[in-house]
Design a protein around this ligand. Structure first.
Ligand SMILES: *Cc1c(COP(=O)(O)O)cnc(C)c1O
Length: 321
């Protein structure tokens, strides 16, 4: 049994979105609220961190090291989990320090993380390795968490999340035909994919890519789901061809807010009082809306949008709506 700490607020609620469904011409639309996992504004990384921190503790680590974008939700939740369980936290962020930290970066500092600036994206792997080696040289016992917490240990959390959703049977006792969500480092989709296999979920898991071509993400997710299955002591082989990823909505680039995200954010906000984030869930919701309008998603099917969090980025200077 893989060790796990318990600090996420689970199960997260599943809520109907009747006004939004009506506006889009859908019969059944629900949202799984993983923005409400509870740790320092929550999000999907909190589930992963329950397993990652348990592993770090088991290994006798005293320092967590991870990396991400300036407005990384993963880094913010890692900083919070580190504070809660008494680890030091080092965050390797891409870019240069801004004059005034805002949103997630402000929270990273508030939570006591130390920031290491990597400069350009091409440096980040090297700086991450250097930071890890330097921590060891200083006598620390660092535990390295990959981008987005997407190791098999982190992804395992979404196997359990799938089980959680299935127990909730949100659509009047039925399961969704489609589960749509933002996909980036792939741990969420890998875990859900393995969970679907294990629990016999027959609907479709559709990841909307936030920044990667479909082929890249499908390969990564299939490999990660296969690797994650080893944690459950039964190798299950996944093929990229059975992983559904749509990369039509990421062409503008990571974190670039286009009219499509803006419309999605405003629709969710003004019809349901539900806040999306500009980078991940805004993009995934924009994809969902477009796929409904195109008729790719059948209006009579049961559609679940899995909200993965990220709302602090709404307050970042760069994402003015
Ligand atoms: C990290 C993140 C995702 C993507 O999850 P992955 O497991 O990295 O694919 C989606 N939404 C939000 C808000 C995130 O922070």
């Amino acid at each position: 049994m893989t060790p796990r700490l318990r600090f996420a607020h689970l199960p997260t609620p599943v809520e109907p979105m009747p006004r939004l469904a009506k506006a889009l011409g859908l019969s059944h639309l629900y949202v799984k609220r993983d923005d409400l996992t509870g740790l320092a504004f929550g999000g999907n990384k909190t589930r992963k961190l329950e397993f990652l921190l348990a592993e770090a503790q088991a290994q006798g680590a005293d320092t967590l090291i991870t990396a991400g974008a300036v407005q990384s939700n993963h880094c913010r939740q890692t900083a919070a989990a580190a504070a809660k369980f008494g680890f030091d936290c080092l965050l390797v962020l891409t870019g240069e320090p801004p004059d005034r930290p805002s949103a997630n970066l402000l929270l990273d500092e508030l939570l006591g993380a130390r920031i290491v600036w990597a400069g350009g994206r091409e440096n980040r792997e090297r700086v991450l390795t250097e930071t890890f080696e330097q921590a060891k040289a200083e006598g620390k016992r660092p535990y390295l968490i990959p981008y987005g917490g997407s190791s098999p240990t982190g992804a395992l959390s979404y196997v359990f999340a799938m089980g959680e959703l299935i127990r909730q049977k949100p659509f009047d006792g039925e399961l969704p035909d489609w589960i749509v969500f933002a996909s980036s480092s792939g741990g969420t989709q890998a875990g859900l994919t393995l969970g679907a296999h294990i629990f016999g979920y027959r609907g479709c898991l559709l990841g909307i890519s936030v920044d990667e071509p479909s082929e890249v993400l499908q390969e990564r997710i299939a490999a990660l789901a296969t690797e994650t299955s080893l944690k459950l002591e039964k190798r299950i082989e996944f093929s990229p061809f059975n992983i559904w990823v749509n990369d039509d909505y990421c062409k503008a680039g990571y974190g670039v807010l286009t009219e499509a995200e803006r419309e999605a954010i405003l629709l969710f906000a003004r019809l349901e009082g539900l806040l999306l984030d500009p980078v991940y869930t805004g993009r995934a919701a924009a994809g969902l809306i477009d796929l409904v309008r195109k008729g790719f998603l059948d209006p009579d099917e049961r559609i679940l949008f899995w909200h993965t969090g990220g709302q602090p980025a709404l307050f970042a200077e760069a994402y003015r709506l």
